[in-house]
Design a protein around this ligand. Structure first.
Ligand code: GCO
Length: 462
């Protein structure tokens, strides 16, 4: 049974939360996160080129729940002004969103679409007008289809294409944007898109996975260098998904399995960036990645980021499994374990975020951590103009408490962004799991503030 149906009260120590909050410096960053493909719509408007997600959702419909796409999504493309006004009304002053590469460069490389840049000009200018700081992600999974036709992330040329695109954006926006994230969750777009075939572009297997990993790492670091070359004062980060991993049983083989899954989900991208190389010792099948590593890459795949964005939602339990190729490990889902979980079937386990902050904080070389995503999909209850979502509020409170607990203990965590602002398109899950602080009626595009939104605005301003 889903948590939203059984609804046992989660426990939150309000006093503790407030005590932690009181001790924060005023410069701790509170914000909300979103992404272009999940919200903008306008998928073929004003000269935008198709992305791999446009193709995937419109041509491989059975891959997406209810055969949905994000052709319209939240229509953020025309409604950004109202959405920013609403954000302002809740006192939220930091907004993380992404730029759509094919909106800016319809073919991925070469020609720049002035109307695409124009949209982000308007968005950024309105953010600044309302006193909202833009935190801009340069790649949140919507690769131009024209580049996928040439192999996408499996083609080494992508490093140059990406760096050119980054250069166009930063040259154009760096007078107003001072906080950049090069990529969103490379492990997810590479793993789900180029190994499991569950996300765009729907490719599978090691022959796609390994080159895509390496080219994503190179692009992330070369992209960051390109930003700094244009604007040395910019704050440059990148973001990683991560989950606290535990063995299912106290057996040697489950411990080994958990160790491998931890390397895959949590270490794969941060370690090369920090100069530690890929975790091949733990993940033997990764050894073949060396064929894609060319001379000089050792330098190119490292970068000293100003901050690392970590995105955490849950923890995972891992069991040894003979039948799972490469890993010999599988995840035991939250419903199977009969523990409280969200509509994504992700366990509600706030301490995971604390554990992840500690884990990343322990790497020498990470200067600063921001929680660039955390949030939950639950069923919302409607009462005319009010939407109650007690479960989401509690989830946020409990996770923020764990973030501030880590900070109290000295971890270098300096900010927190809720995923997400308005309900939006949740990739292969379509529109059903709603993560928003703001409810979106997808028929009318009406927005309604949820109780969690009111709570969050109140909390960060108190
Ligand atoms: C991701 C992305 C977001 C998701 C969110 C909820 O982590 O997959 O950054 O686009 O919507 O994480 O699943």
């Amino acid at each position: 049974m889903l948590l939203s149906e059984s609804a046992p009260e989660l426990h939150i120590n309000q006093q503790q939360l407030r005590a932690y909050k009181k001790q924060l410096n005023a410069d701790f960053i509170w914000g909300v996160s979103a992404s272009a493909y999940q919200t903008e719509g306008a998928y073929n408007t004003d000269g935008k080129g198709p992305s791999i997600w446009d193709t995937f959702t419109n041509e491989q419909k059975n891959k997406i729940k209810d055969r949905k796409n994000a052709n319209i999504a939240c229509d953020f493309y025309s409604r950004y002004e109202d959405d920013l006004l609403l954000m302002k009304s809740l006192g939220i002053n930091n907004f993380r969103f992404s730029i759509s590469w094919p909106r800016v460069m319809p073919a991925g490389t070469g020609e720049v679409n002035a109307a695409g840049l124009g949209f982000y000009d308007r968005l950024i200018d309105r953010c600044l007008h309302y006193g909202i700081t833009p935190w801009v992600t340069l790649y949140h999974w919507d690769l131009p289809q024209a580049l996928e036709n040439k192999g996408g992330w499996t083609n080494r040329q992508v490093v140059g294409w990406f760096t050119d695109y980054v250069t166009v954006c930063v040259k154009h926006f760096s007078d107003r944007v001072k906080h950049w994230m090069v990529m969103n969750e490379p492990m997810v777009f590479v793993g789900a898109g180029y190994f499991l075939g569950l996300h765009a572009p729907g490719k599978r297997g090691m022959k796609n996975f390994l080159p895509a990993i390496h080219h994503a790492v190179l692009s992330m670091c070369e992209g960051a260098r390109a930003i700094k070359a244009i604007d040395p004062d910019a704050e440059v980060g990148t973001t990683f998904s991560c989950s606290h991993i535990e063995p299912y049983r106290n057996l040697e083989k489950d411990h080994v399995a958990a160790f491998k899954v931890d390397a895959l989900l949590n270490r794969m991208f941060i370690e090369p960036v920090l100069g530690m190389g890929y975790p091949v010792e733990t993940l033997k099948p990764l050894q073949n990645i060396t064929q894609y590593i060319l001379q000089g890459d050792e330098y190119k795949m490292k970068y000293d980021f100003d901050f690392i964005g970590i995105q955490n939602y849950t923890r995972e339990f891992v069991k040894h499994s003979w039948f799972t190729p490469y890993l010999n490990a599988r995840l035991i889902s939250a419903p199977k374990r009969k523990v409280p979980h969200t509509l994504m079937n992700w366990e509600v386990y706030p301490e995971s975020i604390y554990q992840m902050i500690k884990k990343f904080d322990a790497y020498p070389g990470i200067k600063k951590i921001l929680i660039t995503e955390n949030g939950a999909a639950f069923e919302d209850k409607h009462h005319d103009t009010l939407i109650t979502d007690h479960m989401r509020t509690t989830y946020l409170q409990e996770h923020i408490e764990q973030v501030l607990r880590a900070k109290q203990e000295g971890a270098k965590v300096e900010g927190y962004f809720v995923w997400t602002w308005t309900d939006n398109f949740e990739w292969a899950e379509g529109y059903h799991p709603r993560f928003g602080l703001i409810y979106t009626d997808f028929n009318t595009q009406k927005r309604i503030i949820k109780e969690s939104g009111l709570w969050y605005g109140d909390f960060i301003n108190q």
